[in-house]
Design a protein. Sequence first.
Length: 130
Amino acid sequence: MNIENPRREVCKANKERPRGALTCARLWASGKIKMPEARPAILACHAAARDMPNETAALLCHAVGQACSVVHTVGHALGYPSYELTAIARSVGVYDCRVQIEARVREYIERLYYWRSHTCDYSDWARFLR
C-alpha cells in the first residue's frame, strides 16, 4: 500500500464511504449541509475500516474519518495524524519507520503554516467556522 496519499489509497480500497465522508465534510465546512447530514457519512467511513483488506487500510480509513470530523470539533484534529502515522509504522515496520514518519510530520507542519496564512483562499467557510 502506498502511504504517500492515504485518502487516495483508502478511496481505491472502498470508494463509497470514505469519498462520501470527504464530500460531506467539505459541504458541512462550507455551510451547505448541517452536522446531522454529514455525521452518518463520517460514521460510515469509520465503519468501512472493518471491510478494508488489511490493517493499514483500516487505519487510514479511520484517519479519513477523523479528518472529516474536525469540522465538528477541533479535538478530532489529532485523530488524523495519529491514525495515519500508526498506519505508516504498521506498514513499514515499527523499527524502520522513523524517516517516513518524520517526513510526514514535516509535511503536516508545512500545511499548518500554509493554511495559517491562506484560510481566506478557501472562500466558502460556514459561518460557524469563520
